[in-house]
Structure formats: structure tokens, C-alpha cells
Ligand binder design. Structure first.
Ligand code: ADP
Ligand code: MG
Length: 594
């Protein structure tokens, strides 16, 4: 009797497998981007047409595939990422199942070009419905480019099941964001129908979050950092007031892979208990590092669900570390900014009515006395206040929205016109106002230079200064950096320089002096690379513009200083490597008084 049981032909098996891995264009995008990441590329471009229904193309500059491997790559269970079963317990790559390319090739028209560093030319392959229809050589750059056209052309039911372009694009963007967030060190570009959707330069995690979710979001990020033998957690949570009703700001990454975990999500929810309005979800971006031996990624074909060996303990660590971050933040409540911090005039009193300028004459003023409050310092403060209110057409009597506490209730005070004292739960910190402000400004300027985003104020009547030949040369050298900080300058034929814009952190009255001194070139060493120049300029500006010892600060200014300071990446030392604050522990105080 003839056997009724037959082995399925490969192309049918592949089509069935494809059903599990590839549900929609976004699934193809995920798999191709993951392959590009695994290829160690540092630049990855995604181009799609009609939300990926017509075309999905991924171009990387990674290590490529050699000619021999190119055909095998499309076979089912073909992978270069694991060799033996034990490798499953030390996975460091995104892929390992060897299914993606086989699945994609079974249900679309695929074209792949690849060139390794050992190849003279690039190899190309064309596949339609699992069949190789063309192989050729071409001249291309290193790396791999893969195009997937006409997805589900041979499975009409699937094709018809696809949603509108808008919905499918949303899914593609979700997948793109997850991968872009797991790898801030990679430069990602993304175009749909020729229109740029993302252009993410390589950066750090925090910057990557803000370049995806908007610059404003950076002000609401609170760092979370925890190191245990079981799991290391590093990332950010959004302050409670930035929580939303809709999903979209919840991200767990385990060993650089985005995962979904309702269980761990609950750990974060429970840490936020009591801080969120009903129906609101906390936002978080948490990277977990766990020994690959202690997790199983292989429980779902799309690899977004993971089994943890010690799930309960991980839950506890997440909950306590999020609570800890919230705790630190809670004692330093923040004002709800409408703007990004770098767009903020430091210590502007937005909540106050502008006062007419007063000419202050300090009859006690003695230029030979060290730290006296000089009239010029008062001037600076008044000006920064004015620039802030000038452009602010909101009701000046309206107080900034407060997150948890009202500012009056935080007991922060200024000591010796030099320090800001801030009592915490079990300690007291004493912050040097000048150094803390230097740190804030320094990070602001560096951020403007790297992101090219700044808040330039326009001068109604441009300031003109005459440059000497040395300053002219210096202008050519550093204009690009000054421009990215927000100084808008134009050099005229007669060697005069027109200043028609200046950054918000700089008072208008100081602009001319600052440009003049920056162009005098003292301290800027051009033998070093661009970044170090930017660093030097940022330091110089921070030093010149920071609040000084002897400056009186209103209580709002003190809080703003503290708030911005705690948003800094580095809080230990000033840009000039001086300590910024000391913490007195309760026990220490008790011991001293004993
Ligand atoms: P997996 O990623 O699970 O190994 P895939 O089907 O996605 O399986 O890919 C098969 C193989 O093709 C990979 O293991 C890798 O060797 C090779 N490959 C796929 N895409 C690329 C790429 N962009 N650059 C270099 N090699 C690639
Ligand atoms: Mg893969």
C-alpha cells in the first residue's frame, strides 16, 4: 500500500514556517534589521515603499556574506550564528534560528547583494518563491543590501489581511524604534516613499531616546542603575508627570534585545504605585543584562518573549531599582518644563512678572575685595530673565505646573552665597552653585554641538564688531561650533563681524564680549580634533556664563539649578574636574553631635 505520509517539499515547508515568523511588513523589517545588526554594521539604512507592502530594503556596511554562503543563507535552518546545541545558551546575536531569510524568500521577491572585505566584487542573488532565478556579480560597496518586493504575492489571503498603509507603517516604526533603541551606537536611517522618517546619528542611550521621542522628553528621564549578581539594570524611567494613557513608552531590553514581558511590566507599575493617575502608564526604557545561560529566548519564533530562570528575583530587583530612582527624584521635585532644558534660560523666573530694570549701584563696591557681588553680575541675571520672558507669550502670572510637591515645600536654601543645601531623607547635600551651573551649561553646549539643536535668540539690531586678522582666522576655525551652539555670525568683506543671534544661555549684554574673547583664541588648541575643540569652547563658555560665588539666588532659581543639575550626565565633578557637592550622612552628623 502506498504511504499517505509524505515529507513536505521545502518550498511548502518554508511557506508554513513563514506564517509564524512573518506576519506583516514590520516582521520582515525586524528580521532584516537584526541581520544587519548581527553583521556588525555601524550604519544601517532602511528604505520602504507603501509601508513595506511594495518594497523593504535594508542596506548595511557590515561584514557581508561570501559567495558560497549567499545561496545557503536562504535555506531553512541555515545560520552562521550557532554551531552546536550548547551555543543556544550563550547567544549574543539577534538571530540564531536560521529561518528568517528562508521564510522571507518563500513569500516574496528577494534580491541580495553582498561583499565581504575579501571579495573583489559583490555577489548578487535573485530569488522568487524560494527559487533562485539569477546569480550575478556587480560592483557595490562592502556590506549587504537586501530588497524584499511584493510581500505575500503568492499568499493572497495574507496580503488581503494587511491593514492600511498607515497602520502597517506604524508597525514598521515600532520595530525600527525597538532596534534603534537597543543599539544607540549604530547610525540608523529610515525612509518611507522617499521621505525621511528617522535619521539617528550614533550616540548614547539617553540621546537615542530623545532623538526618537522628541527632545523635550529628555527632561523627564530619570536614570535607573542597579547592579546585582543576577541582573544589571541600566536605563531610564519617565518622571510620573510624563506618563501617558496610551502604550508606546514601555521598553525592556534583555542583552540588547527588545522583549515583551507583562510580568516585568507589572514590577514597574507596582514601583510607581500611588504616583500615577488612574489609567496612566509609566514610561520606561530599561536595559537588563543577564547571563545568557539563565534565559531562554527560543520559546517564540519572533524571539520577543523570554523565559527567565529567576523571574521572581528579577521582578524584585526591577521594582526596587525603579522605586529607588523615583525616590531620589521625589525629594527633588521638578517644574514641568514646556521646553527642553537646553532651550531654557538658566534660572529664568518664568513665574514672575517682569520688573523694570533698576540700575543698582553698590556703594560698598570695592574692586580690590574678592568675592563681592558686583553690579555686572546683577546685570547678567536681569538680562537672562528678560530674554526668557520676551518670547514667552504665556500668562506671566501663571505658575509653572508642579509635579509632586509645590516648590515652597522643599527645604532648599542658599548658604554663604556659595552653596545650595538640600536635605534628603538620610543625608544632606551641599552643592557648589558655581560648579554645578558650570556642569549644566557645559553639558548643554556639548549637547547643542552634537545634536545641532539649539535655541538661538535673534538680535533685532545685529551687533557689529571689527576683527583683527588673527580673530578672522579663528572665526573660520570655530564658526561651525559657535553656530551649533546658537551664535549666529556673519563675516563681512570688510572684516567686520555681524552678530545676529545668540544662544539663550548667554545674556545679550555679554554676547559681544564673549564672541570677542572666543575669537581671541586663547586656550583653544587647533592641533587637536574637532570634538576636543568643541569641548574646550563649551568649557570656556560654561566658565564665563555660570552663576558665580557671591550671586544671590531666589528660591525658584535654587530649585531650578538643582533640578537641572540632577538631569546632568555627570554630577560628581565640574567640567574642570572639581568636586561639585558633598553629602553629609545622617549617621555622620549624629556622630559629630554626640
Ligand atoms: P539567522 O539570523 O537566524 O542566522 P537568517 O535567515 O536571518 O538566520 O540569516 C541566515 C544567515 O545569513 C545568517 O546567519 C548570516 O550568516 C547571513 N546573513 C543574513 N543577513 C546578513 C547580513 N545583512 N550581513 C551578513 N550576513 C547576513
Ligand atoms: Mg536573522
Amino acid at each position: 500500500m502506498n504511504s499517505r505520509i509524505k515529507l513536505l517539499p521545502d518550498h511548502v515547508a518554508n511557506q508554513i514556517a513563514a506564517g509564524e515568523v512573518i506576519q506583516r511588513p514590520a516582521s520582515v523589517v525586524k528580521e532584516l534589521l537584526e541581520n544587519a545588526v548581527d553583521s556588525k554594521a555601524n550604519k544601517i539604512q532602511l528604505n520602504i515603499k507603501n509601508a513595506g507592502k511594495t518594497l523593504i530594503q535594508v542596506i548595511d556596511n557590515g561584514e557581508g556574506i561570501n559567495n558560497e554562503d549567499l545561496c545557503i543563507a536562504f535555506e531553512r535552518h541555515a545560520t552562521s550564528k550557532i554551531n552546536i546545541a550548547d551555543d543556544l545558551f550563550r547567544i549574543n546575536t539577534k538571530g540564531f534560528r536560521g529561518e528568517a531569510l528562508a521564510s522571507i524568500a518563500a513569500i516574496s521577491h528577494v534580491e541580495m547583494h553582498s561583499k565581504t572585505k575579501n571579495d573583489e566584487v559583490s555577489h548578487s542573488l535573485k530569488i522568487e518563491g524560494s527559487k533562485i532565478i539569477n546569480q550575478s556579480l556587480s560592483a557595490k560597496r562592502f556590506g549587504t543590501s537586501i530588497s524584499v518586493k511584493n510581500l505575500f504575492y503568492n499568499i493572497p489571503a495574507r496580503r488581503n489581511f494587511l491593514k492600511s498603509d498607515n497602520v502597517e507603517l506604524r508597525h514598521v516604526i515600532d520595530e525600527f524604534q525597538r532596534i534603534a533603541l537597543s543599539h544607540p551606537e549604530i547610525n540608523f536611517l529610515f525612509n518611507n516613499n522617499g521621505i525621511e522618517i528617522f535619521n539617528l546619528s550614533n550616540s548614547n542611550f539617553k540621546k537615542r531616546i530623545s532623538s526618537i521621542f522628541g527632545f523635550k522628553s529628555e527632561n523627564y528621564l530619570v536614570p535607573t542603575d542597579e547592579n546585582t549578581s543576577l541582573v544589571k539594570i541600566k536605563g531610564f524611567i519617565y518622571k510620573p508627570e510624563f506618563s501617558k494613557k496610551t502604550r508606546g513608552n514601555q521598553f525592556f531590553f534583555v542583552n540588547n534585545r527588545f522583549i515583551k514581558s507583562p510580568f516585568l511590566h507589572h514590577a514597574v507599575i507596582s514601583a510607581f504605585e500611588g504616583l500615577l493617575k488612574p489609567g496612566y502608564l509609566p514610561g520606561y526604557f530599561l536595559n537588563l543584562k543577564i547571563d545568557p545561560k539563565k534565559i531562554d529566548i527560543n520559546i517564540h519564533p519572533t524571539k520577543t518573549e523570554i523565559k527567565f530562570e529567576e523571574e521572581q528575583s528579577i521582578y524584585a530587583v526591577i521594582r526596587s531599582s525603579v522605586k529607588h530612582s523615583l525616590g531620589i527624584f521625589q525629594v527633588i521635585p521638578t517644574l514641568d518644563f514646556e521646553q527642553n532644558r537646553s532651550l531654557e534660560v538658566p534660572y529664568a523666573f518664568k513665574s514672575k512678572n517682569p520688573k523694570p530694570p533698576k540700575i543698582e549701584v553698590n556703594s560698598e563696591f570695592n574692586p580690590f575685595k574678592g568675592d563681592s557681588v558686583t553690579p555686572s553680575i546683577k546685570n547678567i541675571k536681569y538680562e537672562s530673565f528678560r530674554t526668557a520672558t520676551q518670547n514667552d507669550n504665556s500668562d506671566p502670572t501663571e505658575h509653572p505646573k508642579l509635579s509632586i510637591d509645590s516648590p515652597e515645600s522643599i527645604r532648599v536654601f542658599q548658604l554663604f552665597l556659595k552653596y545650595i543645601v538640600c536635605p534628603l531623607q538620610t543625608s544632606m547635600i551641599i552643592i557648589d552653585q558655581n560648579r554645578a551651573h558650570q556642569r549644566i551649561l557645559y553639558e548643554d553646549f556639548l549637547a547643542s554641538i552634537t545634536t545641532k539643536k539649539n535655541s538661538s535668540q535673534q538680535l533685532l539690531f545685529p551687533i557689529k564688531i571689527k576683527l583683527n586678522s588673527r580673530q578672522r582666522l579663528e572665526f573660520e576655525n570655530i564658526n561651525e561650533i559657535l553656530d551649533s551652539i546658537g551664535f549666529k555670525l556673519k563675516l563681512r568683506k570688510d572684516s567686520s563681524l555681524e552678530i545676529y543671534g545668540y544662544p539663550q544661555q548667554c545674556p545679550e549684554s555679554k554676547t559681544e564680549e564673549i564672541i570677542d574673547s572666543l575669537l581671541s583664541g586663547e586656550n583653544i588648541d587647533h592641533s587637536i580634533e574637532h570634538f576636543s575643540q568643541a569641548d574646550q569652547i563649551s568649557k570656556k563658555l560654561a566658565k564665563k556664563l555660570a552663576i558665580k560665588t557671591g550671586d544671590f539666588l531666589e528660591s525658584e532659581e535654587q530649585q531650578m539649578l538643582l533640578n537641572n543639575f540632577f538631569g546632568c550626565k555627570e554630577t560628581q565633578v565640574s567640567p574642570f574636574n572639581k568636586p561639585i557637592f558633598i553629602a553629609l550622612k545622617k549617621e555622620d552628623i549624629e556622630q559629630k553631635i554626640n
